[in-house]
Design a protein around this ligand. Sequence first.
Ligand code: SIN
Length: 335
Amino acid sequence: MPASNSHSLPRIRVLATGGTIAGAQTGGSRGYQAAAFSIDALIGAVPQLATLARLEVEQVAALGSQDMNESVWLKLAERTAAALAEPDLAAVVITHGTDTMEETGYFLNLVVRSRKPVVLVGAMRPATEISADGPMNLYNAVAVAAHPEASGRGVLVVANDEIHFAREVSKTNTTQVGTFKATDRGLAGLVHAGRLHLYASPVRRHTAESEFDVAAGSTLPRVEIVYAYAGMGRELIDAAVRAGAKGLVVAGVGDGNVNATALAACAAATRSGVAVVRSSRTGGGVVERNIEVNDDELGFIAADELNPQKSRVLLMLGLQRTSDPAALQEMFFRY
Ligand code: SIN
């Protein structure tokens, strides 16, 4: 569906998945239904988009991103790759709920083999809310995707006038429009009513340089996340192993630590062939090897900078290639 007749503008495909950006209030100022509006309706509400790009749309899913899952990730990766393989298509924009946008973004950052821009965009307020943030976010996302300098920077997230690297960004607030933050590394740039100010380049390997791939029909191994807390027991770790997890990410306290009981369960998991990654529940910082926990002796992998949910994404892809903890550790240093 071309939204502009100007053939000098870049061709951009918008892949829609739902989320609050396509959501409607269900009554009063409380409650809403995610994915109530089609992508055609969202684009139709922002006629200024026709000055930025020739947009085409594809509704890949229509869900709240709490329901995002591996099979939609694989479909999205396939649709993104297919779009970017078209020689005269400049970029892909993906509309997505904010709740799990960081996971989808990081997944695509690892598996989409292209230097062309891929930009994820969402909104915190439903489309029918007072001062909905979706229209400006969508306009800015298309402006970023259309800009030549957005190429080769990996998958980006645009919201609230900010441009973030998918690897670095996290949702940090349940309701505020400024929810996306990259605690340790800061912004990729700013975008004001479509005007870009790009500041930084990605620090780790991504997209075109990535070793990961998701061929058609591939499946991802089961990886569970277990959250650490004072007085934690071993039951959930043991249950994950019994349920067939190939990998386990611990959202550890501080530097990715757990108490002696949980540590013994994690060590037993590695002995039974499960890859165990120590991440942190703190929301920032680096989990280092062999500082508080003897990773060499216990066969653990330190998450480096990745939060638990992004550690899970990398571990799933890594386990498709190897179950060797040393090789997996190198991936956590590389990506
Ligand atoms: C969702 O993630 O689908 C709901 C929340 C949002 O998009 O802001």
